[in-house]
Write a protein that binds this ligand. Structure first.
Ligand SMILES: NC(=O)c1ccc[n+]([C@@H]2O[C@H](COP(=O)([O-])OP(=O)(O)OC[C@H]3O[C@@H](n4cnc5c(N)ncnc54)[C@H](OP(=O)(O)O)[C@@H]3O)[C@@H](O)[C@H]2O)c1
Length: 266
């Protein structure tokens, strides 16, 4: 890390889909020097192996955790107590905990660990340093440490309250899957209008990429839409059809509400 936490190690607990994506992002952006990385993973993972080749420690003796400054918890919500508890006696007393887990409250993590906690909800596009991440902490130092780790990988969006994290999880962490599902439905609709499956899928994926580059400009969504949908044109006809019976809004609300409910039940 390039900030005042540069002297401590970053401990990544869990190197699954999200943990690996974060690791790849850190290495490609040089956010964390490999020598300052400690990775704890029960099984071998390509991203961890790559980090180890560059100088990171994998599953070292727990005494190594004394040099920890930030611990990033990236295990499944059901596993976090079992993963964190054995590490606690070995961590630096002032180590900060950054949880990227859905649905686990910072008060629960703080209460078990007796340490300050920040929560971050990133998308796996952090691997390509093009993610988005919601961030919340009641503590400014923990928030800054989390921002230092994630800002090079993602557009970091500060939340006003922790209870907004579940909604942010639905609208960011889960949403790429919702959007892929919509793109698959678009391709399916294209085959209904005579396109081959291969052509429909390539066209719909290409449309997703085009939409992504538009979104990357930061322009307002209604301006991006207006640029494509001229009055009386084909796009406008499609947009009007999607809006007509509220079907699109209902589908989005159903997906977000169900994801929020699931996060709250974890
Ligand atoms: N995937 C996403 O897009 C996404 C987005 C936002 C937030 N999240 C959050 O990120 C967390 C991880 O999700 P995921 O999708 O990456 O799950 P995952 O692929 O199942 O990864 C979890 C990893 O935790 C490891 N693990 C289990 N016990 C451990 C322990 N005691 N110490 C260290 N590592 C341990 C597992 O190792 P083994 O593989 O060796 O069993 C596994 O690789 C979840 O809490 C989820 O809510 C995920």
């Amino acid at each position: 890390m390039t900030s005042d936490t540069a002297t401590g190690a970053v401990v990544l607990v869990g190197c699954g889909r999200l943990g690996s994506a974060i690791l790849e992002g850190w290495l490609t952006t040089s956010t964390v020097a490999p020598a300052d990385l400690i990775i704890l993973t029960p099984s071998s993972k390509p991203a961890a192996d790559q980090a180890q080749r560059q100088g990171a420690s994998i599953n070292p003796d727990l005494s190594e955790l004394a040099r920890s400054r930030v611990v990033v918890l990236a295990v499944k919500p059901a596993m976090w107590r079992a993963a964190l508890e054995p590490l606690l006696p070995h961590l630096a007393p002032d180590a900060l905990i950054v949880s990227v887990m859905a649905g686990v409250k910072s008060a629960d993590i703080a209460s078990l660990s007796a340490r300050t906690v920040a929560r971050v909800m990133p998308t796996t596009a952090v691997a390509q340093a093009s993610g988005v991440a919601a961030l919340w902490s009641s503590d400014a130092i923990a928030a800054d440490a989390a921002r230092t780790l994630f800002a090079p990988l993602a557009d970091v969006v500060d939340l006003e309250a922790e209870d907004q994290m579940d909604a942010a999880t639905a609208v960011a962490g889960s949403a790429p899957a919702f959007i892929y599902a919509f793109v698959a439905a678009l391709a399916q609709a294209g085959t209904g209008q005579g396109l081959s499956e291969e052509a429909a899928t390539r066209l719909a994926r290409g449309a997703l990429k085009s939409a992504g580059s538009g979104a990357g400009t930061g322009e307002a969504l209604d301006i991006l839409i207006a640029r494509i949908a001229s009055p009386g044109g084909t796009t406008r006809a499609g947009l009007d059809a999607m809006a007509e019976d509220g079907g699109l809004t209902r589908a989005a609300e159903a997906a977000v509400n169900a994801a929020v409910e699931r996060a709250r039940s974890l």
